[in-house]
Design a protein around this ligand. Sequence first.
Ligand code: BDR
Ligand code: CA
Length: 316
Amino acid sequence: MHKVIYDTDPGVDDAMALLFLHRHPEIDLIGITTVFGNASVETTTRNALFLKREWNIPAPVAKGASVTIDPERREGAWPTFVHGENGLGNIKVPETIDLPLDPRPAHRFIIDTVRANPGEVRLVAVGRMTNLAMALKQDPEIAGLVKDVVIMGGNFYVPGNVSPVAEANIHGDPEAADIVLTAPWRVAVIGLDVTAITTMSRSYLADVAARGDSAAKLLNDLSQDYIDFYKHAVEDGMMVHDSCACVYVVAPELFSTILGPVRVVCGGIADGQTIVKPDGRHFPPGNWDGLPSQVVCTGIDSERVINLIRDAVLRA
Ligand code: BDR
Ligand code: CA
């Protein structure tokens, strides 16, 4: 079993990925930590509690960062036109959910859980990297105690989605992402190179809902506005960004990868750009020297990824 802490900003594609993690037979979801991003952290936390309640997810929810790792330098911001005002495609969600939160802030929850399960925890982060960076800053030794880190973020050989060179999760807190990507732990980076070509059509999702239980139906309902939003880029469907990272946890063979240190541009015209220096390529000494090699995904078997998501959702 893969012990997963899911760091998330639900978020429509975050919700689909959460249901995948909850229902996949080889995944033990041991915690959900929230972060600002697709909405304020109050809203993403409320959404996590809502989905926990609706989908009977036992994992505790710990609330995380409301602003970036360096709020003096930049604040947190969130668009409301992608995931809706309420972060879940404007379906009806109660203002508050009567479920307790874990008393610890997300970064403390991460530290404690990693220390309690040395060598076992897989951190899957699909929002701003702020909670992970805070955990590393407070307890750098956790880098040697996690099994690995899997993130949805960045773009290497394709354009960004919030600027010509930057992807939303990285652009929302580039300093945090640079801390996470340069720490001495193994990070698998699932970016737009693979997630932007992995789409689920409206009719495919409707079919899953028709064959599935009430959880699948809720997933279908909350995805409709997001699918509308994607009209500019996808023919009647949605990119399943965050689910790609979760599928990587159990099926890395569906991805092709390169290895190399990764840095994030922090400021200026390329703010939030992710850059990999492939191992074996030599350049004059510079910003990549002495850093750990990370796993950068450059290819994906989208069809099999989409089918794995379907299979997990249908596994009620
Ligand atoms: C990422 O940004 C968010 O809108 C999605 O949930 C995903 O994590 C894609 O750029
Ligand atoms: Ca997300």
